[in-house]
Ligand binder design. Structure first.
Ligand code: ADP
Ligand code: MG
Length: 256
């Protein structure tokens, strides 16, 4: 693992909002097949980094490179999603009136591109693709522990299940890299245990994960490596244990 080339490389990322540098020149290197933690006090730039990685923000300076050569900075969110980078948001963003199954189907639609002709005429190809899409969506719901809730509208799911559904919808994009922004926020202890097991399963399925998380026990239990941001600067990086004992990290959290 440690010898592998990085799956994602960020070089000198700067994100300027007026007079504020939310990212002040951050380098990041994420190894394939790992869960990489991104932590830091409130306002340190974690969500901004996610938004830069997924094209919601165009960085003021710097480069984002996937798999050695694929430049992501300057590309649109949908181009970046098609390149294999999926995400969830700090606040749940689901289609609230749609069922769990339909939410995952929305994520899948890019994979099944029948022609308009197929769609209008309901051709055999179209019907076959719809069956395949539903089967894949059900498999994804099963993977995140929601198969028995497939027909429930998202707004009627308990909060912890909504978070898992968001992850399922992101997985429907068949990503190589999954970005999770505070997935455990607001969850109960049993929900967090379930979430943790699913994130580990995602990594074991070969999907690289970047995890922003405030619950330190979740970070310690899951992350192969952790980067720490403070006021837009990376102040530390290393194994989870090493990071937890780092005086600079402790000071940043105490000061917040
Ligand atoms: P974190 O996720 O680590 O809590 P954020 O990345 O959300 O922090 O924010 C980092 C800093 O950038 C904060 O000071 C925040 O107010 C600022 N910021 C984030 N997004 C914007 C924006 N769109 N416009 C202006 N300032 C922003
Ligand atoms: Mg945030």
């Amino acid at each position: 693992r440690s010898g592998a080339d990085p799956l994602l490389r960020v070089e000198g990322a700067v994100m300027q909002f007026g007079g504020l540098k939310a990212l002040a020149g951050v380098d990041l290197s994420v190894r394939p097949g790992t869960i990489h933690g991104l932590i830091g006090p409130n306002g340190s730039g974690k969500s901004t980094m996610m938004n830069v990685l997924t094209g919601i923000y165009r960085p003021t300076e710097g480069a984002v490179v996937l798999a050695g050569s694929n430049r992501l900075d300057g590309r649109t969110p949908s181009e970046i999603a098609l390149a294999g980078v999926a995400r969830t948001f700090q606040n749940v963003q689901l289609f609230r009136e749609m069922t769990a199954l339909e939410n995952v189907l929305v994520g899948l639609h890019h994979a099944f591109r029948g022609t308009l002709f197929d769609a209008i005429l309901g051709t055999p190809r179209r019907r076959r693709e719809e069956r395949e899409a539903r089967a894949r969506a059900m498999a994804i719901l099963d993977f995140v522990g929601l198969s028995n809730l497939a027909q429930v509208e998202a707004r009627n799911l308990p909060y912890g299940k909504q978070r898992l559904l968001e992850i399922g919808r992101a997985l429907a994009l068949d990503p190589v890299l999954l970005l999770l922004d505070e997935p455990a926020a607001g969850l109960t202890a049993p929900d967090i245990a379930e979430l943790t097991a699913i994130i580990r399963k995602i990594r074991d399925a070969g999907i690289t994960v970047i995890l922003i998380e405030h619950h330190m026990d979740v970070v310690m239990g899951l992350c192969d490596r952790v980067s720490v941001l403070d006021f837009g600067h990376k102040i530390a990086e290393g194994g989870a244990r090493e990071i937890q004992a780092d005086p600079k990290v402790i000071e940043a959290y105490l000061g917040s």
